[in-house]
Design a protein around this ligand. Structure first.
Ligand code: SF4
Ligand code: SF4
Length: 355
């Protein structure tokens, strides 16, 4: 039976982290001597570690040391939301680790076509990096809330394999429907098929994540060879008030098999956990009605004028072309075009967009 390891952990102290990772690798029976390894952290945007937007540099450092001790060659990469991988690595503090251990970097800007007949209606995906080029792919998600998916954990983190220019297209194709988008995310994860997922849930984020929520201590590290069961185990700790699309769909398609939870010092529930405001709407409304009545039922993104620096990033990332520049004022929404994907809220570096 597959296993999920859950370990209480409240800081990024190196000795403690290395003990946790070594124990986890042993429990999961993963062999990785002299492997060519790809580390796929969450590099959504280059934000300081205390903002809890990206996988913590010390988390990556501890795991890298173990891998290097076993003679592995490490490449690290992701496709961030609006900036280059290198810039996100520098601004998130991960560059110190890259330089210290002489890790390779991948910008995830190749064009690797993957054909897959999975659970979504889509059959062709363009990846920015080929996971099949590595002996071992390690998925390193950050524990955060997410406007569309409720939480971003192991399965959602592999959306970063999609080539950066293709991401907006995916939001446009599937982003108006949570379940449709979740089905595409599940297919992308199945193609990426990481050998190991290690969740950084030490300092996580609740509220209106994934980039502007409330950083808060979650105090957990989770490890599994199967991200579907890892996500399920974490959701059992959080007990979200709303069903989460990825685990609902994964369960429906038999992707969450029976598993064993090996836990150390974990308290049964994470108290006072705030879900994103967007999760309170649109469950149970049929899609055609939802499209018709979206301006009434589904929360609109809005800009707080005082916080907006008019950087234009929201205009750049909007897949529907629903934002246009204001004249000496913040961008203006066209709510008729807006598909409520919340990419603008996700990417605004100032946290100026609220739902
Ligand atoms: S709302 Fe945010 S992303 Fe958009 S222009 Fe203002 S600061 Fe930039
Ligand atoms: S305005 Fe924001 S929520 Fe609406 S489609 Fe554009 S990015 Fe998505």
């Amino acid at each position: 039976m597959e296993k999920v390891l859950l370990q209480a952990c409240n800081d990024y102290e190196q000795t403690g982290l290395k003990d946790i990772f070594s124990k986890g690798l042993q429990v999961l029976g993963l062999h990785f001597d002299r492997s060519k390894v790809l580390l796929k952290p969450n590099l959504l945007a280059g934000k300081a570690p205390e903002k809890a937007v990206t996988t913590h540099p010390e988390f990556i450092r501890a795991l890298s040391e173990i891998l290097l001790d076993h003679g592995c060659r490490i490449t690290i990469g992701d496709s961030p939301g609006y900036e280059s991988t290198k810039k996100a690595i520098i601004n998130s503090g991960i560059m110190d680790v890259v330089r210290h251990y002489d890790l390779n970097m991948s910008s995830f800007n190749r064009k690797v076509i993957k054909k897959h007949d999975g659970i979504s209606p889509y059959k062709r995906f363009t990846f920015g990096e080929d996971p099949e080029d590595y002996d071992l792919v390690i998925n390193l998600p950050k524990f955060k809330t997410h406007a569309m998916m409720g939480l971003t954990l192991g399965v959602k983190n592999t959306f970063g394999f999609i080539h950066s220019f293709e991401k907006a297209r995916w939001h446009l194709r599937a982003g108006q429907d949570r379940m449709l988008f979740a089905s595409a995310l599940i297919d992308i994860h199945t193609i990426a098929n990481p050998h190991l997922t290690v969740l950084d849930g030490i300092l996580g984020m609740d509220g209106d994540g994934p980039s502007n929520g409330r950083p808060r201590n979650i105090g957990v590290v989770a490890m599994s060879r199967n991200a579907f069961i890892l996500d399920d185990a974490i959701e059992r700790l959080v007990k979200p008030r709303y069903p989460l699309p990825i685990t609902v769909l994964a369960g429906r398609h038999g992707l969450i098999k029976d598993y064993e939870t090996v836990s150390y010092d974990i308290t049964p529930v994470i108290e006072d956990f705030r879900m994103p405001a967007t999760m309170a709407t649109d469950w149970g409304i049929p899609r055609p009605l939802k499209t018709l009545l979206k301006n009434t039922f589904i929360k609109k993104p809005k800009i707080r004028q005082s916080a907006c620096k008019q950087c234009g990033i929201c205009i750049k990332v909007c897949p529907a072309g629903a934002l246009s520049p204001g004249q000496h004022e913040p961008p203006i929404f066209d709510y008729k075009r807006c598909i409520r994907c919340y990419c603008c809220q996700e990417m605004c570096p100032e946290g100026a967009i609220r739902i």
